[in-house]
Ligand binder design. Sequence first.
Ligand code: IPE
Ligand code: IPE
Ligand code: MG
Length: 241
Amino acid sequence: MENLKIPNHVGVIVDGNGRWAQERGLSRSEGHKAGAENVENLFIYMINRGVKFISAYVFSTENFKRSQDEVKYLMDMVIWKFKTLSKKYDKENIRIIFSGRKDGLRSDVLKVMQDVTEKTKNNTRGTINFCLNYGGHAEIIDATKKIHEDATKGLINIDELDENMYAKYLYQDLPPIDLLIRTSGEMRISNFMLWQASYAEFYFPQTYFPDFKEEEFEQALIEYTKRDRRFGGINYENKNN
Ligand code: IPE
Ligand code: IPE
Ligand code: MG
């Protein structure tokens, strides 16, 4: 298909690592490792295709319900993976940021997150927002508390609160999500970026995340290009209206 539309902000709910491993008789950890390897290349490819922002859901506030061993493996992986990942992304002029609650995360994990953010902060070719210990409800509650605090101090006038002002209080200042991809066939949002995804186009491929590669992303772009985004209005140029 010619003239593919390129979304400005892509959300990726990384899902299916466990089932990918299970199908191969491997441990869940092996699945997470394969998923992390795929993150490394896929996101660079997406930026090369012209995507400016990627938000990747890699650990939800609810994922702490998993076994201690699995949580430990994922947190340890953040540490070793981000050391190499940040070098690679830095060379590609890609900025890395994080969204989520700091409370509940290990100090060595927080340290790596801080280092990676600092190292890549001036990069301009694209931004990857890793959602770690992230929950959409938590983000809205945290923003509301900060708004209350600023209003109490007299720093803002609550009567002037609108969508734009509210958005400034979220974890990161990001544009709306245009395309939201959740791999593995699950068709739910699982508390991911509820505010930012309000008008996102949803795409639910069956592929498990470790197998969601460049060709699968091209399929997502083809599907996205076909969508008629109306934002509540009417697109008079579309013959179907
Ligand atoms: C996604 O894969 C990674 C995380 C949520 C950390 P899952 O671990 O959810 O994989 P499935 O859904 O069990 O296959
Ligand atoms: C959502 O995946 C969270 C992440 C991808 C990090 P889950 O696998 O945890 O979601 P549910 O439990 O199937 O809804
Ligand atoms: Mg899952």
